[in-house]
Design a binder for this molecule. Sequence first.
Ligand code: FES
Ligand code: FES
Length: 164
Amino acid sequence: MMQAEPSDEIEISTIVNDAPVTRRVKARQHLADFLRDELGLTGTHLGCEHGVCGACTVRVDGEVVRSCLTLAVQIDGRIVQTIEGLSDSGAIAELQVAFLARNAAQCGFCTAGMLLTAHELISQRAAATRAEIRDFLSGNFCRCTGYQAIVDAVDEVLRRRAGT
Ligand code: FES
Ligand code: FES
Protein backbone atom coordinates (compact mmCIF):
# COMPACT_ATOMS: atom_id res chain seq x y z
CA MET A 1 0.00 0.00 0.00
CA MET A 2 0.97 3.59 -0.58
CA GLN A 3 2.85 5.09 2.36
CA ALA A 4 3.57 8.79 2.76
CA GLU A 5 7.19 9.47 3.56
CA PRO A 6 8.62 12.62 5.11
CA SER A 7 11.22 12.75 2.33
CA ASP A 8 8.57 13.54 -0.31
CA GLU A 9 9.05 10.05 -1.71
CA ILE A 10 6.33 7.43 -1.72
CA GLU A 11 6.62 3.69 -2.20
CA ILE A 12 4.45 2.25 -4.93
CA SER A 13 3.82 -1.31 -6.06
CA THR A 14 2.48 -1.89 -9.52
CA ILE A 15 2.50 -4.32 -12.42
CA VAL A 16 4.14 -3.01 -15.57
CA ASN A 17 3.96 -5.19 -18.68
CA ASP A 18 3.22 -8.25 -16.52
CA ALA A 19 6.20 -7.66 -14.21
CA PRO A 20 5.74 -6.63 -10.56
CA VAL A 21 7.53 -3.39 -9.74
CA THR A 22 8.10 -1.71 -6.38
CA ARG A 23 9.82 1.67 -6.29
CA ARG A 24 10.05 4.84 -4.25
CA VAL A 25 8.95 7.79 -6.35
CA LYS A 26 8.79 11.54 -5.95
CA ALA A 27 5.27 12.68 -5.17
CA ARG A 28 5.19 14.91 -8.26
CA GLN A 29 6.90 12.59 -10.75
CA HIS A 30 4.63 11.82 -13.67
CA LEU A 31 4.12 8.36 -15.06
CA ALA A 32 5.92 9.01 -18.33
CA ASP A 33 9.11 9.99 -16.52
CA PHE A 34 8.73 7.01 -14.20
CA LEU A 35 8.41 4.59 -17.12
CA ARG A 36 11.24 6.14 -19.09
CA ASP A 37 13.72 7.07 -16.38
CA GLU A 38 13.09 4.45 -13.70
CA LEU A 39 12.14 1.46 -15.84
CA GLY A 40 13.92 2.24 -19.11
CA LEU A 41 10.68 1.94 -21.09
CA THR A 42 11.53 4.66 -23.58
CA GLY A 43 8.93 3.61 -26.14
CA THR A 44 6.58 5.95 -24.30
CA HIS A 45 7.43 9.35 -25.73
CA LEU A 46 7.06 12.81 -24.27
CA GLY A 47 5.99 15.63 -26.53
CA CYS A 48 3.91 18.43 -25.11
CA GLU A 49 3.78 17.23 -21.47
CA HIS A 50 0.41 18.99 -21.29
CA GLY A 51 -2.01 16.27 -22.32
CA VAL A 52 -2.39 17.53 -25.87
CA CYS A 53 -0.31 15.42 -28.28
CA GLY A 54 -0.90 11.80 -27.21
CA ALA A 55 2.74 10.74 -27.62
CA CYS A 56 2.80 9.52 -24.01
CA THR A 57 -0.26 7.24 -24.28
CA VAL A 58 -0.21 4.08 -22.14
CA ARG A 59 -2.85 1.81 -20.63
CA VAL A 60 -3.68 1.75 -16.92
CA ASP A 61 -6.06 -0.99 -15.80
CA GLY A 62 -6.98 -1.44 -19.45
CA GLU A 63 -7.82 2.21 -20.07
CA VAL A 64 -5.86 4.47 -22.36
CA VAL A 65 -4.39 7.41 -20.43
CA ARG A 66 -1.93 10.23 -20.97
CA SER A 67 1.09 9.32 -18.88
CA CYS A 68 2.23 12.95 -18.76
CA LEU A 69 -0.97 13.79 -16.89
CA THR A 70 -0.83 10.77 -14.59
CA LEU A 71 1.33 10.80 -11.49
CA ALA A 72 3.49 7.78 -10.81
CA VAL A 73 1.88 7.49 -7.36
CA GLN A 74 -1.49 7.00 -9.08
CA ILE A 75 -0.42 3.63 -10.49
CA ASP A 76 0.09 2.14 -7.04
CA GLY A 77 -1.80 -1.16 -7.04
CA ARG A 78 -2.72 -0.84 -10.70
CA ILE A 79 -1.70 -2.55 -13.95
CA VAL A 80 0.20 -0.62 -16.60
CA GLN A 81 0.82 -1.64 -20.20
CA THR A 82 3.19 0.25 -22.44
CA ILE A 83 4.01 -0.07 -26.11
CA GLU A 84 6.79 -2.52 -25.17
CA GLY A 85 4.38 -4.88 -23.40
CA LEU A 86 1.71 -4.73 -26.09
CA SER A 87 4.31 -5.29 -28.77
CA ASP A 88 5.97 -8.22 -27.00
CA SER A 89 2.61 -9.92 -26.36
CA GLY A 90 1.59 -9.70 -30.01
CA ALA A 91 -1.54 -7.72 -29.08
CA ILE A 92 -0.83 -5.03 -31.65
CA ALA A 93 0.89 -7.18 -34.27
CA GLU A 94 -1.82 -6.70 -36.91
CA LEU A 95 -1.63 -2.95 -36.51
CA GLN A 96 2.17 -2.94 -36.61
CA VAL A 97 2.17 -4.90 -39.87
CA ALA A 98 -0.45 -2.58 -41.37
CA PHE A 99 1.42 0.56 -40.24
CA LEU A 100 4.58 -0.80 -41.84
CA ALA A 101 2.84 -1.77 -45.07
CA ARG A 102 1.12 1.61 -45.37
CA ASN A 103 4.14 3.67 -44.36
CA ALA A 104 2.09 5.04 -41.47
CA ALA A 105 5.17 5.72 -39.36
CA GLN A 106 7.80 8.16 -40.56
CA CYS A 107 9.87 9.70 -37.77
CA GLY A 108 8.03 7.39 -35.36
CA PHE A 109 7.66 9.91 -32.57
CA CYS A 110 3.88 9.59 -32.46
CA THR A 111 3.74 5.93 -33.37
CA ALA A 112 3.63 4.27 -29.95
CA GLY A 113 0.77 6.47 -28.81
CA MET A 114 -0.97 6.13 -32.15
CA LEU A 115 -0.76 2.32 -31.99
CA LEU A 116 -2.15 2.22 -28.45
CA THR A 117 -5.10 4.43 -29.41
CA ALA A 118 -5.68 2.48 -32.63
CA HIS A 119 -5.62 -0.72 -30.59
CA GLU A 120 -8.26 0.77 -28.31
CA LEU A 121 -10.41 1.48 -31.36
CA ILE A 122 -10.19 -1.99 -32.86
CA SER A 123 -10.79 -3.51 -29.42
CA GLN A 124 -13.98 -1.52 -28.97
CA ARG A 125 -15.42 -1.62 -32.46
CA ALA A 126 -15.86 -4.17 -35.23
CA ALA A 127 -16.24 -1.46 -37.86
CA ALA A 128 -15.66 2.25 -38.29
CA THR A 129 -15.83 4.72 -41.14
CA ARG A 130 -12.70 6.59 -42.11
CA ALA A 131 -14.17 9.69 -40.48
CA GLU A 132 -14.78 7.75 -37.27
CA ILE A 133 -11.23 6.40 -37.30
CA ARG A 134 -9.91 9.92 -37.76
CA ASP A 135 -12.09 11.19 -34.96
CA PHE A 136 -11.01 8.39 -32.60
CA LEU A 137 -7.34 9.15 -33.30
CA SER A 138 -7.80 12.91 -33.14
CA GLY A 139 -6.14 13.18 -29.74
CA ASN A 140 -2.90 11.77 -31.15
CA PHE A 141 -0.92 14.28 -33.17
CA CYS A 142 1.38 13.35 -36.04
CA ARG A 143 3.58 15.97 -37.63
CA CYS A 144 4.80 13.78 -40.50
CA THR A 145 2.23 11.61 -42.21
CA GLY A 146 -0.77 13.84 -42.77
CA TYR A 147 -2.77 11.04 -41.09
CA GLN A 148 -3.91 9.48 -44.37
CA ALA A 149 -1.61 6.47 -44.13
CA ILE A 150 -2.47 5.96 -40.46
CA VAL A 151 -6.19 5.92 -41.22
CA ASP A 152 -5.48 3.56 -44.14
CA ALA A 153 -3.68 1.16 -41.81
CA VAL A 154 -6.40 1.10 -39.16
CA ASP A 155 -9.09 0.82 -41.84
CA GLU A 156 -7.23 -2.14 -43.35
CA VAL A 157 -7.11 -3.99 -40.01
CA LEU A 158 -10.81 -3.38 -39.33
CA ARG A 159 -11.77 -4.53 -42.82
CA ARG A 160 -9.59 -7.63 -42.63
CA ARG A 161 -11.12 -8.56 -39.29
CA ALA A 162 -14.61 -8.05 -40.69
CA GLY A 163 -13.75 -10.06 -43.81
CA THR A 164 -14.73 -7.20 -46.13
S1 FES B 1 3.32 14.29 -23.85
FE1 FES B 1 1.48 13.63 -22.93
S2 FES B 1 -0.08 14.34 -24.23
FE2 FES B 1 1.75 15.18 -25.08
S1 FES C 1 5.44 9.76 -37.80
FE1 FES C 1 6.50 11.57 -37.17
S2 FES C 1 5.12 12.47 -35.73
FE2 FES C 1 4.00 10.84 -36.59
